[in-house]
Design a protein around this ligand. Sequence first.
Ligand code: SF4
Length: 333
Amino acid sequence: MNAPLVKLEGLKKYFPVRSDKLFSEKEWIKAVDGVYLEIQPGEVIGLVGESGCGKSTLVNLLLRLEEATEGKIWFDETDLTHLSQEALRKTRRDIQMVFQDPFWSLNPRLLVRDIVGEPLTVYLKLSQTQLVEKVQSLLEMVGLPRESLYHYPHEFSSGQRQRIAIARALALEPRLVVLDEPTSAIDILSQAQILDLLMQIKRNLGLTYILISHDLSVVHYLSDRIVVMYLGKVVEEGEADTIFNSPRHPYTQALLNAIPDITKYSLDDLQTLEGSVPSAINPPSGCRFHTRCPMAMEVCRREEPVMLKLGNSHRAACHLLQSNNPKAKRGIP
Ligand code: SF4
């Protein structure tokens, strides 16, 4: 294994809750609460969990759009949590994002040349000729004609607009790209093409992806490894096939059992998991999933389960695994 490109160590993000009551104890929304994670160069990590599980906050912390409450974020062995604004500006080139809805993420008043070329203008001193050449080659890379340069976003289909957004994200030759629901806002016909394009670009450029998606068929198709989050914590992670074929954590099992055919269903179709995700202000004691877990035991209400190593890169945090699998080695706390 190489040195990880990304390493999260005990990462926490607590947001203060506004209260009108005088002298009341300060309350916190524990959006991310002690996440440990390593991402190898060239990997595609799928982040999975219901809304409110903390995956978007986790990505915002990585992009330094939010400041961490505690813990460290290492990117290529640099601690992002303590980077000065100037050093951060340089590192930001390496981490880019493709947003869910290309209609809203692209400025409708700008030509494609200016949308894709904007990061180049901000970071590099290119002549107009160099800028146009660079933008044209980016457009070609994402399968758009070079002449697209002088058109506006509304002149393209949703799939083509997502290609423009991808070209913009690639402009500064990043090493890590966060894909936030990259196909959910585009027409069905274009979805498979965009996924293929993302895979092809990843192979050609040796990129690392973090994928957020409610669509498990997309997650399964793109990801090497899956990370399952529940209420601010990672509850299971492992290779995509392992997670999909033999999930060990009751929450992961519930997610997948609720979806009879992953080629057709998304996490939004979840039906068999009872209740909604509890509030992150006062998360349940012990195992946070115990209020919804069909296999909860007395110990689950009292003690938080530690992360257990189940295989090479397979880990899960559940008391059941501890008692059923005495050989499981203790992993990261
Ligand atoms: Fe369910 Fe207990 Fe395992 Fe939590 S620790 S997932 S409540 S069995």
